[in-house]
Ligand binder design. Structure first.
Ligand SMILES: C[S@@+](CC[C@H](N)C(=O)[O-])C[C@H]1O[C@@H](n2cnc3c(N)ncnc32)[C@H](O)[C@@H]1O
Length: 274
C-alpha cells in the first residue's frame, strides 16, 4: 500500500473513531503495516475497497480501532520526566501521605503498554525511596486495552533496547538475562497491578496521588474525548494530585481543572478550585 493512500485513508477514518490525524502522522508506519495486513486477510484490492467494506460491515470499525492502537514504549522514555518524579514529585507526594497519616502511595498508569512505565515507577520506589519510607507501601495500578500487552507485562521480559535508558546499576540488579531478553525480577512486580481496560470506557476508582497518562489520550484522541477522559482523571485524583503527560502533549486549551507544575515536562497539579 502506498503511503499516500494510507494517509488519505487515515485522515478519513480516524475522526469516525474519535481519533486525530496529527497524533498519527509520525508513527503511521506501524498502523499502515497492520492495515495492509488486514486488507490482505479480507482480500481487499485497495483501501478504497476497504472503505466500502467498512460502510457495509459496521462491525469492522472495531477491528480498525484495534489496528490504530500504537504500542511503542520503553523504560525511562522521556528520562527527564522520571528525574522530575524522583527529585520533586514523589518526595512531595510522600510528605502528603505522611501528613495524612496514611500508609499507601497510590499511582495510576494509563495505557501501560508492556509494563515499562509502571515497572519503572516500581524500580524507582525500590531503589530510591523504599528504605527511607519503610512505613509506606507503593501501589501502582496499570491499565491497558490490549490483552496481549497485559500478558507481556506479566511476563516482564524485554529486549535490551527496551531497558537501555535505565541506570546501569538498576539494569544489572533488577533484571535477569534469559537468552536475548531481560526479565524483571519478581520483587519489582509486587507493587504493580495490571487491569485490562479501555480508558475510553473505564478508569480505576482511586483516589490516586499521581496519574501518568503519557502518549495516548492527548496524542491520539480527539479533543472531545480528551475532555471527557480528563474529567474522569480529575475525579479519581486527590485534591492537588499530580497528572503527568508525555513531553510532546498538551491539555485541551479550555480546561481549568489542572494548573502546570512544570510546563516543559507537562506535569500538572489538580486545581483545588475546579
Ligand atoms: C504509545 S503507547 C504509550 C505507552 C506508555 N504510556 C509510554 O508513554 O511509553 C500507548 C499504549 O496505550 C494503549 N492503548 C491504546 N488505546 C487504548 C485505550 N483506548 N485504552 C487503554 N489503552 C490503550 C496501547 O495499546 C499502548 O500500549
Amino acid at each position: 500500500m502506498k503511503d499516500a493512500d494510507c494517509v488519505e485513508f487515515l485522515q478519513w477514518a480516524l475522526p469516525n473513531l474519535q481519533l486525530r490525524w496529527p497524533g498519527f502522522r509520525k508513527v503511521r508506519g506501524q498502523v499502515c503495516k497492520r492495515l495492509a495486513r488486514r486488507l490482505q486477510e479480507l482480500q481487499c484490492p485497495d483501501v478504497e475497497f476497504y472503505r466500502g467494506y467498512l460502510e457495509t460491515h459496521p462491525e469492522e470499525w472495531r477491528v480498525l480501532d484495534g489496528l490504530c492502537q500504537v504500542t511503542i514504549s520503553r523504560f525511562y522514555r522521556e528520562k527527564a520526566v522520571f528525574q522530575f518524579l524522583e527529585n520533586t514529585v514523589l518526595p512531595a507526594l510522600l510528605q502528603r501521605v505522611i501528613a495524612r497519616e496514611e500508609k499507601y502511595l497510590n499511582i495510576l498508569s494509563l495505557g501501560s503498554a508492556s509494563g515499562e512505565e509502571p515497572y519503572a515507577i516500581s524500580m524507582l520506589w525500590h531503589f530510591r525511596f523504599q528504605k527511607q519510607y519503610p512505613d509506606i507501601t507503593l501501589r501502582v495500578t496499570a491499565t491497558e486495552a490490549n490483552p496481549e500487552l497485559i500478558q507481556r507485562s506479566r511476563q516482564a521480559c524485554y529486549p535490551y533496547s527496551g531497558i537501555k535508558n535505565l541506570p546501569p546499576d538498576w539494569r544489572a540488579t533488577a533484571f535477569q538475562q534469559i537468552k536475548d531478553n531481560y526479565c524483571l525480577n519478581p520483587q519489582y512486580h509486587q507493587s504493580v497491578h495490571f487491569v485490562q481496560q479501555d480508558v475510553r470506557n473505564n478508569i480505576p476508582p482511586g483516589p490516586f496521588d499521581l496519574v501518568l497518562c503519557r502518549n495516548l489520550v492527548f496524542t491520539y484522541f480527539d479533543e472531545a474525548l480528551q475532555n471527557t477522559i480528563l474529567d474522569r482523571i480529575a475525579l479519581v485524583l486527590r485534591d492537588e494530585g499530580i497528572l503527568v503527560l508525555g513531553i510532546h502533549e498538551n491539555l485541551p486549551a479550555n480546561q481549568t481543572a489542572f494548573i502546570p507544575w512544570s510546563g516543559k515536562l507537562r506535569v500538572f497539579i489538580k486545581n483545588k478550585k475546579a
